[in-house]
Design a protein around this ligand. Structure first.
Ligand code: KMH
Ligand code: ZN
Length: 309
């Protein structure tokens, strides 16, 4: 089997600061944690920004710039910037990072859907910041908008800026959306997919479901003709699905964007904790970890010197 690309998703926009005192929230903390995750074995870091004042998910390009320039200066890791953003951000705000930074990779969400974070609110009586309960509640009436027109727009800017899209598929139907976009000439081969499993509004994170998603992708794109990775949102899905994907020849994403727990008894203290644990599982299953440069070759990325930051 080829080497395994381990991605670390550092902070995201799903979790709120109340959930973990270790969730990196300032641009400096996000960048520091990304560098440590790379040192622990991640070949790719998936990055969102948060406001340094209160940890709220941020679409401010200055916050993103602070993070990506700091990571690039200190690490060779592949930087994948989100275009998924967070609750309340417009498609235009989410897409702006691509022409601005021309990253090697960016996430590309493959369909409109419900994206329910509101059950998290019920788990807490008090919140660290005032914005958190309202933010979680807003997801009750939010459509995560990625219409076909939006998908065409994302394809266009990624192509124009030499950014490799990572196709985030939260359910089987979104794999068919990706296949349509490829047939219609909007995407280039080879494609790289991320099966995102465990979001309320998407598919549940079971092994059966992951194998079904892989089977559908094989049928649509041809077995061995695309690369794929898995996110199991939550614990233990992150590690269980990661282990099965390792055996099946896939790639794996872990990180505090998707899961805050290191074991049944213990929360993680950093992204590096999660990366180290997953790296051990991968190596025990006899897959070698890809370096950032291996990942660049395997994914056909343009190179770190061709970004705009
Ligand atoms: N937060 C994950 C469930 C994105 O940033 O574009 C999905 C994600 C999407 O990472
Ligand atoms: Zn993300």
């Amino acid at each position: 089997m080829e080497k395994l690309i381990l991605t670390a998703a550092i902070t995201g926009s799903v979790h709120v600061p109340t959930m973990s005192e270790h969730l990196p929230s300032t641009p400096k903390d996000i960048a520091d944690d990304a560098v440590r995750a790379a040192e622990a074995g991640a070949a790719v870091v998936h990055l969102h920004a948060r406001s340094p004042q209160d940890g709220r998910p941020s679409a401010d390009l200055n916050h993103v710039r602070e993070i990506v320039t700091s990571v690039k200066k200190r690490s060779d890791v592949v930087i994948c910037i989100t275009t998924g953003g967070g609750v309340g951000m417009t498609v235009e705000q989410r897409a702006a990072v691509v022409p601005e930074f021309k990253p090697e990779m960016a996430s590309f969400n493959m369909g409109s859907m419900n994206f329910g974070l509101f059950p998290i609110k019920e788990r807490y009586k008090e919140f660290k910041y005032e914005w958190e309960p309202a933010y979680l509640d807003a997801s009750r009436d939010m459509v995560f908008k990625n219409t076909f027109k939006d998908l065409e727009g994302f394809c266009k800017i990624m192509r124009e800026n030499g950014t490799k899209p990572e196709l985030e598929c939260y359910d089987v139907g979104q794999i068919y959306n990706a296949a349509y976009m490829l047939r219609a000439g909007h995407l280039d081969t080879p494609i790289h997919m991320q099966f995102v499993m465990g979001i309320l509004g998407g598919i549940t994170p079971t092994v059966d479901n992951m194998i079904h998603m892989k089977r559908v992708a094989d049928e649509e794109f041809g077995a061995g003709k695309f690369t794929w990775s898995v996110i199991g949102a939550g614990y233990p899905a992150e590690f269980h699905l990661g282990a099965v994907a390792t055996v099946l020849g896939g790639h794996v994403r872990v990180g505090m964007e998707d899961n805050l727990r290191l074991s049944r008894k213990e929360k993680c203290k950093s992204n590096a904790d999660l990366v180290e644990k997953m790296a051990r599982i991968i190596q025990n299953l006899d897959r070698d970890l890809a370096t950032p440069d291996d990942a660049r070759k395997m994914l056909g990325l343009k190179g770190k010197d061709k970004v705009n930051f």
